[in-house]
Write a protein that binds this ligand. Structure first.
Ligand code: NAD
Length: 499
């Protein structure tokens, strides 16, 4: 059985706490490795190494720091297949989807190559008589990030690339479900020329997270995961005086207007609802057709598409639409919520409950489900399912449809499908959700924009990547400078007197 490690001060280091977690191959259900779960002592060693290395890194000029990112991009491309394979093996997503996970992180690294420009400060010449004023963006020091299982390459890179290029040291506590890719990323960064101690990976669970929260040296914490944990980390981190940004769960609605291209809408829902087995924070989990006729047409188009979905292991390459969910517990949770949907009166139009894959009976596969006539009081509407389960909630009017999305506690992403510019414009203006798609089902912003939801999907003020990341990972210092003219006028030899 492979024993995974931490990555501390430039080397793979075995766990010393004596605690481990199983890392599964979700396609077969087998335990393929053990990951060490760090205690306070291991976190303290990593923090000390980070603290020792960070001042020299901060003093390295931004161009040189950016060059490390350039080389890192090159190495990510060179190792793409290896990274994608390791990612699929632990996460379960298909190989093309795993390569996409790496690619979306890589694009954030590319953005960070612009650090010399992005870190330029402001300067006011002659703010007063003989007085100049300038602002500097300085690194925070030692920073940390805690990431979820569903994007083990992209989300660590959302955080580590801007943190590091701004001159900070970064400690990553990745998900204990799929820790191999984060360890590989740390090694590639060092191969790209990063000094040791600047990027470290400390594996673990709540104990390691609490060690981050309570460590006085760590200046900032980035978190992405479920809402209850986001709320906990935000509260405790802020109380301990840290800069914290936490991103939580989601329940993303897609509104389908009667004038939408129904084939396009159905195709979009299939990819956005079932891709990655629904384990995306930007997955569409609620379809809201407006009008009974729209709903009937939509469901009629969805059913045959869902029945054709190919579910299987990543080893089948491009022949699979989605893979297993991440753990047996995740599968149980999804199927439990499906039962509540049936019990509470939703119509299960496509029933994936009996799904089993020959040769992979112990894998964590979940068949695709489609519920129709879901109502807003049902658990399958209120809770995040994070599985291949799409709920159709029929609205009679546009106002009712937008009202549902507005009233839901989550506010990560949403979409509207329509041919009417006025409706689309009204929707984009009034909706209280952070990322909006117009005839685009998964509106994930590119690296040079910022990513973030509203409402219970976020705790904190600044978004991920784009210009916000450079604000999150730096502090502004403003200098007011005045140089008295005494020196160039020469010395004063007679005794000074008051006039
Ligand atoms: P999770 O909240 O279970 O775990 C996230 C991280 O928190 C992991 O590193 C985990 O080890 C740690 N953690 C878990 N329990 C903890 C505890 N009690 N105390 C301290 N730390 C703890 O989330 P997950 O299952 O890995 O990921 C799925 C969730 O992440 C979904 O809710 C999804 O919507 C959300 N997500 C959100 C975004 C976003 O940008 N808003 C992006 C991706 C995923």
């Amino acid at each position: 059985m492979e024993e995974l490690s931490h990555y501390i001060n430039g080397a793979r280091v075995k766990g010393t706490s004596g605690r481990f977690a199983d890392v599964f191959n979700p396609a077969t259900g087998e335990v393929q490795a053990k990951v060490p779960l760090a205690g306070v002592a291991e976190m303290d060693i990593a923090v000390a190494a980070a603290q020792a290395a960070q001042p020299a890194w901060a003093a390295t000029n931004p161009q040189r720091r950016a060059r490390v990112m350039m080389k890192f991009v090159h190495l990510l491309n060179e190792n793409m297949d290896k990274l994608a394979e390791a990612l699929s093996r632990e996460h379960g997503k298909t190989l093309p989807d795993a390569a996409g996970d790496v690619q979306r992180g890589l694009e954030v690294v590319e953005y960070c190559i612009g650090a010399p420009e992005l870190l330029k400060g402001d300067y006011t010449d002659s703010a007063g008589p003989g007085i100049d004023m300038y602002s500097m963006k300085q690194p925070l020091g030692v920073t940390a990030g805690i990431t979820p299982f569903n994007f083990p390459a992209m989300i660590p890179m959302w955080m580590c690339a801007p943190a590091i290029v701004c001159g900070n040291a970064f400690i990553l506590k990745p998900s204990e479900r799929d820790p191999s890719v984060p360890l590989m990323l740390a090694e590639l960064l060092e191969e790209a020329g990063l000094p040791k101690g600047i990027m470290q990976v400390v594996n673990g669970d709540k104990e390691a997270v609490d060690a981050i929260l309570d460590n006085d040296v760590i200046q900032s914490i980035g978190f992405v995961g479920s809402t209850p944990i986001a709320e906990y980390i935000y509260g405790r981190g802020c109380a301990n005086g840290k800069r914290v940004q936490c991103f939580g769960g989601a329940k993303n609605h897609m509104i389908i207007m009667p004038d939408a291209d129904m084939d396009q809408a159905a195709d979009a829902l299939i990819g956005a609802g079932y891709g990655a087995a629904g384990e995306r924070c930007m997955a569409i989990s609620v379809a809201v057709p407006v009008g009974e006729e729209t709903a009937d047409r939509l469901v009629e188009k969805l059913v045959p598409r869902i029945e054709k979905l190919k579910v299987g292991p990543y080893t089948s390459g491009t022949d699979v639409d989605y893979g297993p969910v991440v753990t047996a517990a995740a599968k149980e949770n999804i199927l439990g919520l499906v039962e509540t949907g049936v019990a509470q009166g939703a119509e299960l139009v496509v029933d994936g409950r009996g799904f089993s894959l020959q040769g992979y009976e112990d894998g964590f596969f979940v068949g695709p489900h489609l519920f129709d006539r879901v109502t807003t009081d049902m658990d399958i509407y209120k809770k995040e399912i994070f599985g291949p389960v799409l709920s159709c909630v029929r609205a009679q009017t546009y106002e009712e449809a937008i009202g549902m999305a507005i009233d839901h506690e989550y506010g990560n992403g949403t979409a509207i499908f329509t041919r009417d510019g006025d409706t689309a414009r009204d929707f984009a203006n009034r909706i209280n959700i952070g990322m909006v798609g117009i005839n685009v089902p998964i509106p994930v912003p590119l690296a040079y924009h910022t990513f973030g939801g509203w409402k219970k999907s976020v705790f904190g003020d600044l978004n991920q990547h784009g210009p916000d990341a450079f604000k999150f990972y730096t502090r502004t210092k403003t200098v007011t400078a005045r140089w008295p003219s005494g020196i160039k006028e020469g010395g004063e030899f007679s005794i000074p007197v008051m006039e």
